[in-house]
Design a protein around this ligand. Structure first.
Ligand code: FAD
Length: 598
């Protein structure tokens, strides 16, 4: 011991000896943030609160002598001063903190693999998992490679959502809303109509694509910062722990890992019909199309088909949608039909119960489509400049070398990977997340959540699993549709028709009151009688439906009853307030009631 040590220095040294991780704290929020970071690493720091302890001032004096700073909090790990909030956050993000708190035993273990973890696929799920695992101190590599579409379209890091999904889709939906609002504005006294407004496709595409490029760049930077090795190459299993990588130039290398996460997502399906790949595009091409699409046929009835048809119509294009059977399979039937009716009302043409059997080009360069009905009738629809196929998506498992993982179980019907609640496949060190897994919602926030939790479990932070139930979602059709929980049909199946009561009402969005005659807003709550009217389904057709649904979704998560909605006081005047006053009981065949102004 040092000869001239003050009692406070002694106390300080004792504290460091007794507590592997020690925060000298004040009551500032930074202390809570630092504590949270340690909790995320699965360790509990000791906290010495200088404001509460009688010797707080004296101890702070000692800290100042040792660290040359008055700043609080100050963090010590195994007796060494790490610094304050900023330094701890930096160490956390670079993965250093995790290595420190795990001590030396882990770090000295020599691994037989190149990486602790390799993630295959740099989309929503893969990026989230890779970043989290690296932050938690693992050595991580991420492979991402985009195979060009038959038309040659390709894109950067970030996967479907950023490049050819949610982001460009929502931006183009927004472009079409601008047209509606512009049209409405004259009723509000604006005079933008001196010249005929028209839309320039090329400008929109250029700006959307530039925005996407900035996101691609951001993801690369983020991986770099977190020390995730980015491998821009196509990965295939050659052995259970080993992947073959092929880059754009055709150069081949190999990488091995202790754990592997498959996050390869899906790509648009092509029908096995002559001319499909030659003459048609998919959503993978649409958002970067260099020329305006012109007269367009959309084939399909998924949300992707209807959203694309919706915004193209809003931008002024002639749109036809060819549908094999029903719209929006899996969604609430009544709502799906209301969306379809609205789309017809705004001038979108539907060819119902037909399926394409061949595509060809006419001498005038237009696309001609032969189609067949269920009954066997054949028709030809012609004159299209663009045909967009949106008939579904296929999991990217076909060329992943899965034959080299003989025990990996996939669903033979859709080629998706079967995982347990821990996103573990039937091969213990191989996991899967996102669109590639069987039986789960194909949505970006779902993939991100699963990726993050999976990485935390692999790193031993906790054992929590992703809850795939009550996932809110929104369909960005011209009439936006937000929903969480069950459809009427699902609720009837699960709880019995007699046990379900549905409350609904229609409303006129105030933002349209001056300018639109036949505007529709619609709200529906599905409740279980025997469970004190527990709300199990929430449905809204409204402007900004996604914003409304995100908020109310927490109510369903927390098992809200109809009476909780009734007790809630609305925000006036909004569309969302309708849910606080629903009193009409809906019979299964009922249509939305006539609207009255509020
Ligand atoms: P992806 O994002 O598809 O990423 C997989 C990545 O892996 C891709 O980059 C792929 O090229 C790469 N890859 C594949 N195989 C390999 C291999 N062998 N080696 C290396 N790399 C490989 N979701 C929402 O939540 N909201 C929306 O509004 C929404 N709109 C959408 C609109 C459209 C038009 C589409 C198509 C999808 C939309 N989605 C939306 C769905 C969302 O995009 C997906 O759920 C999400 O991207 C899935 O993430 P993922 O990580 O599973 O896969």
């Amino acid at each position: 011991a040092m000869p001239n040590m003050t009692p406070y220095e002694k106390k300080f040294n004792e504290l460091l000896k007794q507590n592997e991780i020690l925060i000298f704290a004040n009551s500032m929020p930074d202390t809570y943030k630092i504590k949270d970071v340690f909790y995320r690493l699965g360790v509990k720091p000791a906290v010495y609160s200088l404001e509460d302890e009688t010797d707080g001032d004296e101890i702070q004096q000692v800290i100042k002598e040792k660290t040359n700073t008055n700043n609080l909090p100050q963090v010590f790990v195994q007796g060494t001063n790490l610094g304050g909030h900023d330094e701890v956050m930096e160490h956390f993000e670079s993965g250093k903190l995790s290595q420190l708190v795990k001590g030396s035993s882990d770090a000295n273990e020599i691994s037989q693999y190149d990486y602790d973890l390799v993630v295959v696929g740099g989309g929503s799920g893969g990026l989230a998992a890779a970043k989290e695992a690296a932050t938690l101190g693992r050595t991580v590599a991420l492979c991402d490679f985009v195979k060009p579409t038959p038309m040659g379209t390709t894109w950067g890091l970030g996967g479907t959502c950023v490049n050819v999904g949610c982001i460009p889709k929502k931006l183009m939906h927004q472009a079409s809303i601008h047209a509606e609002n512009h049209h409405d504005s004259s009723s509000f006294g604006w005079n933008f109509h001196t010249s005929d407004g028209h839309h320039t496709w090329e400008t929109m595409v250029e700006n959307v694509q530039n925005y996407i490029k900035s996101l691609n760049f951001g993801y690369r930077k983020e991986l770099n910062k977190r020390k995730v090795k980015y491998l821009n190459a196509y990965a295939e299993f050659v052995a259970p722990h080993k992947l073959k990588l092929t880059n754009k130039k055709g150069e081949v290398s190999e990488v091995s890992a202790k754990d592997i996460i498959i996050a390869v997502g899906g790509r648009p399906a092509y029908p096995n019909v002559p001319g499909a790949k030659e003459f048609c595009i998919t959503s993978d091409d649409l958002f970067s199309l260099s020329k305006p699409p012109g007269k367009t046929l959309i084939v399909g009835a998924s949300y992707i088909a209807l959203e694309c048809g919706g915004f193209l119509k809003g931008l002024g294009y002639d749109v036809t949608i060819m549908v094999r059977s029903i719209l929006l399979r899996g969604f609430d039937r009544q709502i799906a039909d209301l969306i379809g009716e609205h789309m017809e009302k705004i001038g979108i043409k539907f060819v119902k119960e037909y399926e394409p059997i061949g595509f060809n080009k006419t001498n005038e360069g237009k696309i001609k489509v032969a189609a067949k009905s269920k009954k066997g009738d054949e028709i030809v629809v012609s004159g299209f400049d663009t045909v967009v196929l949106a008939i579904g998506r296929e999991a990217c498992t076909g060329k992943l070398g899965l034959e080299n993982l003989p025990n990996l179980k996939i669903n033979p019907k859709n080629k998706k990977i079967i995982v347990d609640e821990f996103e573990r496949s039937s091969v213990p060190h191989v996991y899967a997340i996102g669109d590639v897994i069987d039986g789960k919602p194909e949505l970006t926030p779902v993939a991100i959540h699963a990726g993050k939790y999976l990485a935390q479990r692999i790193c031993g932070v906790h054992n929590k699993t992703t809850n795939y139930k009550q996932v809110p979602t929104t369909v960005f059709t011209p009439l936006e549709y937000g929903t969480v929980g069950l459809s009427e049909e699902e609720a009837f199946n699960i709880f019995g028709k007699e046990n379900i009561v549905v409350y609904h009402n229609a409303f006129k969005p105030l933002e349209h009151a001056l300018s639109r005659e036949d505007t529709l807003g619609y709200a529906k709550l599905i409740c279980v009688k025997s469970l004190e009217e527990l709300v199990v389904g929430f449905h809204v057709l409204s402007p900004n439906a996604g914003e409304i649904t995100q908020g109310y979704a927490i109510a369903l998560k927390l098992n809200a009853k109809k009476s909780d909605f009734d007790d809630l006081i609305g925000i006036h005047p909004t569309c969302a307030e309708i849910f606080t006053t629903l009193s009409r009981v809906k019979n299964p065949e009922d249509k939305p009631p006539e609207t009255t102004a509020c």
